[in-house]
Design a protein around this ligand. Sequence first.
Ligand SMILES: C[S@@+](CC[C@H](N)C(=O)[O-])C[C@H]1O[C@@H](n2cnc3c(N)ncnc32)[C@H](O)[C@@H]1O
Length: 194
Amino acid sequence: MLAEYSRSKTIFLREFIKNRSTGALCASSQKLARAMINNVGLEKAKSIVEIGAGTGSFTQLILKEKPQDALFFAIEQSPLMAEELLSKFTNLDCEICNAKFLEQMLKKRDLNSVDLIISGIPWTMLKDREQDKLLALIYNNLKRGAYLSTFLYVLPTLAKRKFTRKLYANFSEVKTSKLIYGNIPPAIVYYCRK
Ligand SMILES: C[S@@+](CC[C@H](N)C(=O)[O-])C[C@H]1O[C@@H](n2cnc3c(N)ncnc32)[C@H](O)[C@@H]1O
């Protein structure tokens, strides 16, 4: 357990130093993971996608709490992160790929929309255009009434404010979790309903 934790920490640090695409220096806490899967219909979802799974903080809970027969796959663009993910969850359906190819991945599984998307994407690290494209892709591939669950670190930045405005502008309803102090840095979850 301790070895797993320090391996995950090393991977996050290495990836952050290499290209910052992780957007975080360490994996999310279990408190944040719990908040990410609450009140988004996970228990009755038939199709679930996790984007930016990292080393599996959310994956672990999703696998534990999703319906047994639900179709679930994870997307992680970093081969190093994905390798760690697959070593923890050997039967995981995981695409080592950029989420911009979401539609192709859904098509491969005969899906054209899903019941739930749980995203660890470091939104504020993306360029405006990338954010817009990915957000539209997620929105277009959710069923009506389905949720995107995503989080942002609570830092008073313009990038955060700009991105939250996009969430409110795109989704029919956006609710937030309480501030999750037990995460480094503290975070807040956005439950975005199509
Ligand atoms: C902040 S980390 C979160 C990891 C994990 N979900 C957690 O909470 O500990 C973001 C993850 O998203 C991945 N990522 C970033 N952009 C991505 C993209 N466009 N497609 C797929 N994965 C992406 C990064 O490689 C990284 O593993």
